[in-house]
Design a protein around this ligand. Sequence first.
Ligand code: GDP
Length: 343
Amino acid sequence: MDAQNPGKKSRFVKRKNDPVPVPALREGILNGNRSSLAKAITLIESNAAHHYEWGQQLLGEVMPHTGNSLRIGITGVPGAGKSTFIEAFGEMLCNKGHSVAVLAIDPSSSLSGGSILGDKTRMEQLSKNPKAFVRPSPTAGTLGGVHRKTNETLLLCEAAGYDIIIIETVGVGQSEIMVRQMVDFFLLLAITGAGDELQGMKKGIMELCDAMVVNKADGENKRLAEKTRRELNQILHFLVPATKGWGSRAYTCSSLEKRGLSEIWEVIKDFESKTKEIGSFQSRRSIQKKEWFYTMLKDRILTDFFLHERIKPYISQFEEKVKSGGLTTSKAIEELLDLYKQS
Ligand code: GDP
């Protein structure tokens, strides 16, 4: 549950006393039914307590059917061409016989209630493709809540048979680290510009990625894109690789003209086979499961604490005492925790 947003109204129409929808949703998902998948995701995204329970029950039941996709993360500054790239790349993968689910994490929706990724109509063509499933970012809740919802949505999509999952995020804030924790391959979409743009590019984010792709390598921009690619390669050469046994490199593409996309797919397939061979693919997945366990544990403890019937009324009282100087912060915390343990 979303610890700091418990009262948020749910879009899921079922009421508490309705029959539990889990068995029907489970069947629908395992049969690849898109409307069951969409309903199940709405359940996962809901903040109502009984929806949370149903969602967790459903996840438990479909869990044996998860884990079989290739998970790809894509980031880049607004305007880098992420949605154009994913639309073209996703279409190409569908034409090659894959089924593709696209999910998004939009840090702006958590921080300000606004949205960088979600405001415009995105990936219209791909949304209509019967082999693709495009789901916008969950809009309600903290970034932690969005993290849980996206990760669980990913598992549901895998159970529904999507063999490639793309998670998109925008190049601001912590969301890249979050996406890196969920995916096998992380791609940073870059654009050309003045040299200072390169310098401004955060080294930390470059260190997370398995490939950088300079988009918009078309028309007059083509030569500049090539130059940027070479410069990026020089920097990548000196960085610690994001994945053991794999050297991250830079490439160019034009999403608009659909050029360079199959080469990028070849790189990703090469990555998959090499890292599976040396075991770093599997060990990353297992580390991710461990990290996920602790993330969920913390989320659960927070929820339990903040929604605890006996603790809730005290929290604001203690807050007042701290604000007025009547109690030190650490004393207030100790007293609150004592009350929690007693209850
Ligand atoms: P996002 O904010 O990263 O999702 O970027 P968009 O996909 O919305 O693209 C931003 C702008 O860049 C749009 O006007 C696109 O048409 C344009 N664009 C995207 N990819 C390319 C490309 O490969 N070449 C050119 N010339 N323009 C592109």
